[in-house]
Write a protein that binds this ligand. Structure first.
Ligand SMILES: Cc1cc2nc3c(=O)[nH]c(=O)nc-3n(C[C@H](O)[C@H](O)[C@H](O)COP(=O)(O)O)c2cc1C
Length: 387
């Protein structure tokens, strides 16, 4: 049975996470083109910014017909403002509206948004109720639904509201979690009562930030408490298809959201989708390439080039150069060849050529030279970590 968010039946049970500053329209497009993505989400959006029409917010919220189904994620703490932001999202192409209840960053929590909501469950529920009412007041007709489904399908007929989801962490304090008092199991139930159709659980506390390893047991507790009332999507540390399988087997979650793992391997969703199918855990109607194999060097380079082109199209050259500069080493890791002694060949010259590029032509030139066998040599000395 497909993973269903309200009336939206996803084509796979794999979701691309919001990662502020990284999961823009260009990157979502690349992941979708590799395959396996059931839903992709914008990075967190400020309702004030959207309503005021600030350039940054509009860039972050940018979507198109291919970028579907898409979740638009809002953050904040004022129920009325969040409701207006949700209405804006519906008017600008959202397939799903998501509320951020997991961000640990001071800028967000100091204004009572993000994971601060884990410490004020009444406010969290009040926001959801208010946003739910706003969404119900602007249902989409069937022809409009058709435009924002992408590879998803619609359950039901007639005008229907855009569904609401939330993304949470286990709780704020690690000591609460360790004492068995995480708020997330009760919170997920309260959110379901207030109108949320699915909850994503990042298996860390706010105090954990991004340290340590994901606490699968904490996600399992939410799944158990909710007991099938709404789908629970597990999130955290999925970097391989085996991690994805483990997330589902150990927590019982209905779907898996992947963030950082996709930044260096945008084909990870395709690989996880194939793996879940082989393991009997794939849910959804998307086509499956059962043994996709590692992408070739030519395919990876084509993907890097396409990513760069899309960033130039959707934003501008400056943005594209900035992003390719800070991301080239993650993409490149899969380009490294093993030498006969088992060590990795250095591709530092390639990375430096991309990083030093001052114009798009220099980026294309670096890609072409690398494809021709240049800009490599010697041994790789150090690994650079993705965020
Ligand atoms: C740099 C960075 C930015 C993030 N931005 C967001 C965000 O905008 N909204 C959100 O809900 N989560 C955000 N997250 C959290 C991720 O969505 C995800 O929950 C977390 O990285 C764990 O999943 P992963 O191990 O698959 O990356 C961010 C994480 C990182 C590292």
């Amino acid at each position: 049975m497909a993973l269903q968010l309200g009336p939206v039946r996803l084509a796979t049970n794999l979701l691309l996470a919001p990662i502020a500053g990284y999961c823009d329209l260009a990157f979502r497009t690349i992941c979708r083109e590799w395959g396996g993505v059931g839903l992709a989400c914008t990075d967190l959006l400020s309702p004030e910014g959207l309503l005021r029409g600030t350039a940054t917010s509009l860039d972050l919220a940018r979507t198109n017909d291919f970028d579907k189904p898409v979740g638009m994620q809002l953050y904040g703490s004022d129920p009325d403002l969040m409701a207006e932001g949700a209405r804006w999202a519906v008017e600008h192409g959202a397939t799903v509206v998501d509320i951020n209840m997991g961000c640990p960053v001071d800028k967000v929590t100091k204004k009572d948004g993000g994971s601060k909501l884990l410490t004020d469950l009444l406010r969290a529920a009040a926001i959801v109720e208010r946003v739910s009412r706003a969404l119900e007041a602007c249902p989409l007709p069937r022809d409009e639904w058709a435009r924002r489904l992408g590879n998803a399908t619609l359950a039901g007929d007639g005008p229907m509201p855009v569904p609401l989801t939330c993304k949470v962490r286990l709780c704020w304090h690690t000591s609460d979690y360790e004492a068995g008092q995480a708020c997330s199991p009760g919170l997920a139930l309260a959110l379901a009562d207030a109108g949320v159709v699915a909850v994503t659980v990042h298996g860390r506390t706010t105090e954990d930030k991004f340290a340590g390893t994901v606490r699968l047991e904490g996600i399992a507790r939410v799944v158990e408490a909710v007991n099938g009332r709404i789908p629970i999507i597990g999130n955290g540390d999925v970097r391989t298809p085996e991690d994805c399988e483990r997330m589902i087997r150990e927590t019982g979650c209905d779907g898996v959201m992947i963030g950082r793992g996709g930044l260096s391997k945008p084909w990870l969703f395709r690989d996880c989708w194939a793996h879940l199918h082989r393991a009997g855990l794939g849910r959804g109607a998307a086509p499956v390439e059962l043994t996709p194999g590692e992408p070739s060097e030519a395919e990876i380079l084509a993907s890097v080039r396409r990513f760069f082109d899309l960033m130039r199209d959707y934003r501008d050259d400056r943005y594209a150069l900035f992003q390719i500069n800070r991301r080239v080493s993650w993409f490149s890791r899969s380009l490294q060849r093993e030498l006969h002694n088992g060590k990795l060949e250095s591709i530092k010259p390639f990375k430096e050529a991309v990083r030093n590029a001052r114009s798009p032509a220099q980026v294309y030139d670096a890609i072409d030279r690398f494809a021709a066998g240049e800009l490599r040599g010697g041994l790789e000395m150090q690994e650079e970590a993705a965020p």
